[in-house]
Design a protein around this ligand. Structure first.
Ligand code: MRU
Length: 339
């Protein structure tokens, strides 16, 4: 199934629980805004484009679950639910983009039934478009890859970070579909290991050759000539920087040092050219993520911990941004991207 979807029989959100992978493949359902927010915060659903769909479906869920007696009360409740959903993860712009897009779609609703229908239609459109856009983005990105390339990636910008297909991994899937022999090096992505748990798993499911390394090995493999290109996703692209999983910036510096192209693959919905790097809040996560590995304690419990989920890579370290509207080489203007 898709990473996230709508169960039309129960009018609930269903999703693959990504915290259980690769050990267990389990579909869970969210039937309240509270359970959806818990799923987003604990990364059961994660990855910028998947969060866009989660935000959209979340607004529809709020409309379906509400017992509001009038249209005005319902609109008010849905708006409040939207704000609660947005507050769960501040850095990935797609989450607020998805919520706001569906809230805009209900502005013309004349009654409670229309709020439900319009919100669900728009949320489903976000999900369907995500798959189409990733396919288009994949085709543009595939043209940048040569037969025989080894691509290094960080975190998971694959089908599980999106509704389907993927951004960075979508480019690799598209290139392989064109018959190019592409191999992948996946960084494990501490502390929550999206690279080893999810990227390695989904590539192996598709029989795409993947080698797992620790994040700190990226300098070694790039210096040894084992990496032809780096492709990562993005959680937000401001005028001057690309926000992505913590560790991305380090890889960009090493890639620059060794003259290795460093590509970002992201849909246009990830662009936030109204802001600059310093305006953006980087999500800080719980110290326990560094103190425990699963249930195993790996640090003194009273140690001071700094655990930002994302970092910012300055645009000068980025070779190009691959989108569904084409490949853009910095510096570029947002009007060129949003054709
Ligand atoms: O904390 P996560 O797992 O949601 O972080 C995800 C990433 O950083 C991805 O690289 C990004 O969302 C791009 S997904 C296409």
């Amino acid at each position: 199934m898709r990473t996230i979807d709508w169960d039309s029989k129960k009018n609930n959100i269903i999703m693959i629980d990504q915290t259980l992978l690769p050990g267990e493949y389990k579909i869970i359902e969210c039937d309240t805004i509270g359970s959806l927010c818990e799923a987003i915060k604990s990364l059961r659903v994660r990855g910028a484009p998947a969060l866009g769909a989660a935000g959209g479906f979340g607004v529809a869920l709020a409309a379906y679950r509400s017992n509001a007696p009038t249209l005005d009360v319902l609109i008010d409740e849905v708006a409040k639910a939207g704000k609660t959903i947005i507050s769960t993860r501040p850095t990935a712009v797609n989450l607020s983009w998805g919520v706001k897009r569906v809230i805009r779609a209900i502005e013309d609703a004349n009654n409670i039934k229309e709020v439900r229908v319009f919100s669900l239609d728009e949320a489903k459109a976000i999900a369907d478009e995500d798959v189409e856009k990733n396919r288009e983005l994949g085709r543009y990105g595939a043209a940048l890859l040569d037969d025989g390339d080894t691509v290094m990636t960080h975190c998971n910008a694959g089908r599980l970070a999106c509704v389907d297909w993927g951004t960075a991994l979508g480019v690799i899937r598209s290139a392989r579909e064109e018959g190019k022999d592409i191999k992948v090096i996946s960084c494990e992505t501490r502390p929550l290991n999206q690279g080893s748990r999810i990227t390695a798993w989904e590539l192996m499911e598709d029989k795409i050759p993947v080698t797992l390394i620790t994040d700190s090995m990226s300098g070694h493999v790039m210096r040894k000539g084992m990496v032809d290109k780096v492709i990562v996703g993005a959680d937000r692209i401001t005028q001057d920087a690309v926000f992505n999983k913590i560790g991305t910036y380090t890889h960009s510096v090493i890639a620059k040092e060794h003259g290795i192209p460093f590509y970002i693959a992201a849909p246009v919905s990830t662009f936030d050219f109204e802001h600059y790097e310093d305006d953006i809040e980087i999500e800080l996560r719980k110290p326990e993520e560094l103190m425990y590995f699963g249930k195993h304690q790996i640090a003194p419990l009273d140690v001071k911990v700094y655990n930002p989920a994302f970092d910012a890579t300055p645009m000068e370290n980025v070779t190009a941004v691959i989108t569904e509207n084409g490949v853009f080489y910095p510096p570029f203007l947002i009007d060129e991207v949003r054709i």
